[in-house]
Ligand binder design. Sequence first.
Ligand SMILES: [Zn+2]
Ligand SMILES: [Zn+2]
Length: 259
Amino acid sequence: MDFIDRSNTALQVLWDYVRHHHTATVRSPAFPALLALSGYLLFCTPFALMDLIGEWLPLFFKYKIQKSRPSLHMMGQCLHQAVFNHLLYVLPAVTINWFWHPPAPLPVRAPTCIQLLAGVLSCLLVFDFQYYCWHLLHHKSRWLYRNVHAIHHEYTAPFSWATQYLGGWELLTVGFWSSTTPLLFKCHPLTTWAFMLLSVWMSVEDHTGYNLPWSLHNVIPLGLCGGAPAHDLHHQNPNTNFAPFFTHLDWVFGTANKD
Ligand SMILES: [Zn+2]
Ligand SMILES: [Zn+2]
């Protein structure tokens, strides 16, 4: 109980700091998109360095699932696509959303630790289901695959920057779910941002190509999370492992592959 009380107090201190010093920033229409983009850049960078160093750092390279390494050109191509998508699709979308649905005043109270954890988990489970359905559909329909999702499968050996090597429509769909799913549960802004950052982290982990012992899928028990091994198999054999985060949907619907 003491630990939970201290966590609740820490969240309130953090929230008070945000409210008193950064209200204008966090209420900006671009803030959620900038948060997700910053998370992507920050989370990808250490894995990109590991890829560049490669065999010279066997401490990490021994965990590489496919031993091929991305070139600087491949990394640059992914970064270029991410910047292009944000300028052409995300920026106009957040601007339209600003006029259509202006952000509400910030609440005074922070969420409790339990509320934050329950909110993040609920959002992750719903997002996992939404993306599973979208992903399955875009592999089963030849037209949708060719015109929307094929770009993401250009690389059969994923690497961190390839997380956002997506078509504009796919990024907009993912962004729409990331921003609307927390509304379903009336999440506090802190909970929403925690969900967004964790979903970016889990997406990056999926694409790193490293099966590190401390990765979430190895830390969370019972194989509940697929992580890089599952998603690496999806890039090698695209008719399996459609769920982005958890494994239960692929098991229930018979699309799981653990080879
Ligand atoms: Zn992928
Ligand atoms: Zn796919």
